[in-house]
Design a protein. Sequence first.
Length: 567
Amino acid sequence: MIPSFWGKRSFLAVILTLGLAASLWPSRPDATVSVMSVPSRPPSSSAMIGDYGGEIREAKPRKDGIHHIDTPKMIQRLRELKVNTYFYLIWHEPTDWDDLRREFLPAAKKAGIQVWAYLVPPSEAMEKASEPFGTDYVAWFRAIGHLSRTFPNLKGVVIDDFNDNRGFFTPRYTERFWQAGKAENPDLLFYPQVYFPGITTDFIEEYHHTIDGVVMTFRDDKYRNTHRLQSLPGQVEQARRLLAPRGLPLVLMVHASKLSATPASPTVTYVDKAVRFGMDALRNQRIKGLITYVLHKVWFPEVKERLARSGTGYASVFVSPNNLTRTGTSAGFRQRIRLSPSSRYRFKFSYMSVYPDQVPLSQMIGQYQMQLWVDRQLVWRRDLVTQDRERWEDQTVDLTSYLKGKPSALITLCLTRIKNGPPAWIYMGFDRLKTEGFTLDNPDFESVKAWTAISTSPGMIPSMLRFDSGRRIRVYITVLRLYHAFDLYHRLRSEVHRPLIRELAERWMDSMVEGKREESIRQLEEMMRFLATESEFPPQVKLLLQCREMLHLLQVNEAPSVLDRSD
């Protein structure tokens, strides 16, 4: 937990004065997600950059026994991030609606922050619904529309998982609650949250007259994970092209925290690359907005994710719940070993597995096997569901007959699909490898070295998962740095009319979205010199101060990001 005295000062001020040695620039900044190769245009003045959820609650309950939204701390964090938009989730406590009306909206209005009410759908409201109107969305839109007349910074409504609830949200019913909101305030907007597979021609044709835009949360569908980003550019472009003919803007939401039914939270590197891509799409007006999904604003180790048998890392294979793997496909890790003559070769290792409890074990048994191979020989196998979930088991295998007389061999640890079965997300791990008669490099998976990840199916994802006790704060700082950069870029493009400065701002933002740290520092320093010394251009005191602040954010010492998995 961050010391309590930090809350008395701007977190950014602490960074700038103390030179916080957290990773402000994740290691391996060379992005694998390409930026869009289109001419840059000034960002729209209505460009939305913000956050969803991750609310801070008061440390002590009020008289009603509830920990209410801590509005002062929330506004402080949002201003610190330089966001202009916040998606306010009404769900966790029955007082969230009143906290929004009475406390959060007035404070956000004063801070210049636009707010969108975020509601849960019926599929998430079976045990706990958004209060006080539950699943009466006509009442919700009427109340939110009425409230937005008092607080014009209340811009609209987002409904989560809209596409998965289309049986409830029929076009006719959607039109009813959409019109109820418009009747109260014609400017009230409705953006359903829809995952990429749901953004189709049929969906748009059915709903285009009752929605004002779409929020697309990226999760590498159809493979549903926060490990990979390669499909992000293509999905954004396809969604944009489908929505554009109807004049419907696209807002991109990227995960800054854990996606359910996955083995681990997204790494700092993942968030960094995703936000950089979103910034580039936003400045080129390919998207209307960029929102981080649950950027945590209180920082402590996510201890439930410390699953390694030893140390902080382990080798994992994750299978998404969409049942996209075929019989015979596999994924895992392999390493070539060099052998010296020995009378005995033994291999000890630990393994564990996780699988959903909603699927009967009788249907899961026999679907997947954990396996050990030496060259092309299967020497050990174990069914995925033969032991307790998340419980490490130790295994010793005698490899003498498989290794004797060989100068080298290929060791493979993997998960293999044996037979078809019901859709289910699963993952498993190997860790704490010990050998007798030969040696392995990186036996505890504390780095990405020595092992080669293999997969014969995009639905099976091998990954080195390493627990990062500082992940939350490092993700926050990463997003803070990038959002500060976009805010500065927007100001330079909109407030400075000298062509040279505007051109320098474009080149600087190119370097930022491409992850070129040293080049971006040099370009920022060049812009500062022109802002301060050009005789034909009067000094812009506020811009110079913001440039210096940005420069310090880029120059703060970097802590090695040794805990990131390979993306």
